[in-house]
Design a protein around this ligand. Structure first.
Ligand code: AHG
Ligand code: MN
Ligand code: MN
Length: 334
């Protein structure tokens, strides 16, 4: 259409691919498939408030089918869509103990593997607050033509090809990053397409919002407690005290951090020495996105993206967001 301003996710990724003559378009195809799976998940998320009318999870619906919990539904949707796509060799998901290798002849010859947290922030479903899906795409290290192996999924975040999330919020959005940058797409429900709405997203150098489960303050290290006190201190020049915002859904808290700046933290505490969030499903993809947008991310001791993963479901502490505010938190942490 001449003069048309709308660019769909698919059109955008194809245009990006053209910048690299050697690119085959497989990455665009995977992003399109993840987009499709998330549109299916979105449809189910929109009905979540109706469970009392249509039957609760674990109950049987009118077709005699058992109603699935939304995290299981999201997981199975992503697995099924990616299994049918010919560009994905296998997946690993927060919901499954082990990775799954897709062993048909097309998948065996695919270069990429995908990791995901199918439904992040599930405790927010009951209160109708934002939830999301987080995904990561790596180039496999096992030989083409053979089933993928655990090593394909245990690569550090600095090897990511792309990562992103979909937020099921007041509108549904996909944000994804490659080394070229971060772009956001809003779902236009009438045509069922993600359309470019937030081109070239940047994380502000400094921010005034800190995001943490403050109820755990007594369990945090002295350094992290000192940083929280700093955020709450009066200081006219720096506009302190800063604002505290915490939704308890990493996707939602990170989406705000990306757009408005600030810091999101899930530190280690006395009981949980590695914090709560998972390296491969939550911390690495979010760190890749924030770094591609100009922000930073650390475990408190090292760059998150440089952590060598030892196991699929490992957890790490995280301090992530605007450069200056994260630097301040790390300075006080050490
Ligand atoms: P999930 O729903 O995938 O299990 O993840 C929940 C995570 C994350 O989204 C959020 O940042 C964190 O749990 C909140 O934890 P607390 O309730 O301990 O603050
Ligand atoms: Mn999660
Ligand atoms: Mn989850």
């Amino acid at each position: 259409m001449p003069g048309r301003k709308l660019i769909t996710l698919d059109e955008f990724t194809i245009q990006e691919t053209r910048k690299f003559p050697q690119a085959t378009g497989e990455l665009s195809a995977i992003l399109r498939d993840i987009g499709l799976a998330c549109k299916i998940i979105n449809k189910q998320v929109l009905k979540a408030g109706l469970v009392d009318i249509l039957g609760s999870h674990g109950a049987t619906n009118v077709q005699g089918e058992e109603q699935m919990k939304l995290d299981v539904y999201a997981d199975q949707t992503l697995v099924n869509v990616l299994r049918n796509s010919s560009e994905c060799a296998g997946i690993a998901s927060e919901e499954n103990d082990e990775h799954i290798s897709f062993d048909d002849e097309y998948s065996l010859n695919s270069k990429y593997v995908v990791l995901f947290d199918p439904l992040d922030g599930s405790s927010n479903i009951d209160v109708n607050a934002s939830i999301g899906t987080i995904f990561s795409i790596y180039r496999r290290v096992s030989p083409l033509g053979s089933p993928c192996t655990e090593a394909d999924f245990l690569q550090p975040g600095n090897k990511l090809m792309a990562a992103g999330y979909v937020i099921y919020g007041s509108s549904t959005m996909m944000v994804y990053a490659t080394k070229l940058g971060v772009n956001g797409f809003t779902l236009e429900p009438s045509i069922g397409e993600f359309c470019l709405s937030h081109p070239s997203m940047k994380c502000k150098e400094n921010g005034k919002i800190y995001s943490i489960n403050q109820g755990n303050t007594n369990k945090y290290s002295d350094g992290t407690r000192a940083f929280l006190n700093y955020c709450m201190e009066e200081n006219k020049e720096e506009d302190r005290p800063y604002s505290h915002r915490y939704i308890g859904s990493m996707v939602a808290d990170m989406h705000r951090t990306l757009i408005k700046g600030g810091i999101f933290m899930y530190p280690a505490d006395k009981k949980n020495k590695n914090g709560k969030l998972r390296l491969q499903y939550e911390c690495n993809p979010m760190s890749f996105i924030i770094e591609a947008a100009g922000g930073v991310s650390s475990t408190g001791n090292q760059r998150v993206l440089d952590v060598e993963p030892a196991e699929l479901h490992q957890r790490v502490p995280i301090y992530i967001g605007s450069k200056k505010l994260v630097a301040k938190a790390l300075e006080m942490h050490s």
